[in-house]
Design a binder for this molecule. Sequence first.
Ligand code: PLP
Length: 425
Amino acid sequence: MQRDTQIFDLIQLELHRQQHGIELIASENFVSRQVMEAVGSVLTNKYAEGLPNKRYYGGCEVVDKVEQLAIDRLKSLFGCQWANVQPHSGAQANAAVMLGVLKPGDAILGFDLSHGGHLTHGSPVNFSGKLYSPNFYGVEKETGLINYDTVAEIANACQPKLMICGASSYSRDWDYKRLREIADSVGALLLADISHPAGLIAKGKLNNPIPHCHIITTTTHKTLRGPRGGVIMMGQDFPNPMGETNPKGEIKMMSAILDSAVFPGTQGGPLEHVIAAKAVAFGEALSDEFDTYCNQVIANAKALASAMVKRGYSIISGGTDNHMMLIDLRTKSDELTGKLAEKTLEKCEITINKNTVPFETRSPFVTSGIRLGTSAITTRGLKESHMETLANWIDKALTNHQNDDVLLEIKGQVKDFMKDFPLYG
Ligand SMILES: *Cc1c(COP(=O)(O)O)cnc(C)c1O
């Protein structure tokens, strides 16, 4: 067959884009070559519905070992007793959990999307908001922080079956212990979606949800630096409180409920090539090198946050505990929207995303904020000392957004600067 030059030329273009630019999207990262090798491997050819040693297809003796390695490494990385590594993405992991533990119409309580939550935590445009009955908590206007007393009041008022914590843009740590007390007080299950900070949590840099939350979901491609995908974990298995029984009339364990909620509940065949890449990434994350990486991610985020504050930008909650920050542009200028900031920085090959801020006054397509994260630039080797340079370029670009000459000049400087931090060279 003839080589598909159309697609491979585009992939080459994307490689150059990634090599030249400064990647500040908080949910992105750069995987290792061996993670990419696994994703591009012959394992993509294999059907393996079911679980290791319990498959619906023959010829699974190799992929059984692959998937078991992924499970074992994930369990030792997070110190959990049970894991399913098959969810195709973070959204799929959440869909499986909700299918497993909820009935249509059940009340759920999640972190408000416009305050930093995720679509799959009850947004009306998502299955989670259409199939279940969503309720939300947010941050306080004055502090930008979650007030757990308020969460308790809302939980008491809406009596959720499932409480969800975790976010896509909240720069502070979570009090999982307190959330569990709240969940227990209303008889709810507590799900922690640690998609963003998973890598930092695995290395003990942030509070650990495993002992406190009934179920934990995460993506594998954000701070965890693996292939695009999701997983579900439990610190400890337990009998399902919904009262579901097996054909023998015994109460099913939660692990059985969640396994079947993934397959056949919400997915078909697992992506064994991606599961192999997850195993590789979990192996990498178990190393001391990854510990150093996580320390640097946080140090860079703190340095970037204070460099931005120094230039008159306001960060929701005043700073960061993790890898990211949400900047409210309204204190800097009235005309500067998230959309304009994203477009302007794109012209300089600095990639960020516009983001709603708590108590947003503009539409989600325009927004008043931007979200910056340091996972990807830290993988490339940037250190705290480089964050002033980055903040300078961001500020100069945003204050000169109407001046294409300035933006072009910054673009050239960015490209030169990033040559010192080779990627897939
Ligand atoms: C990114 C994210 C997800 C969704 O992950 P996908 O792999 O894009 O489906 C779910 N929850 C949270 C909190 C996230 O940040």
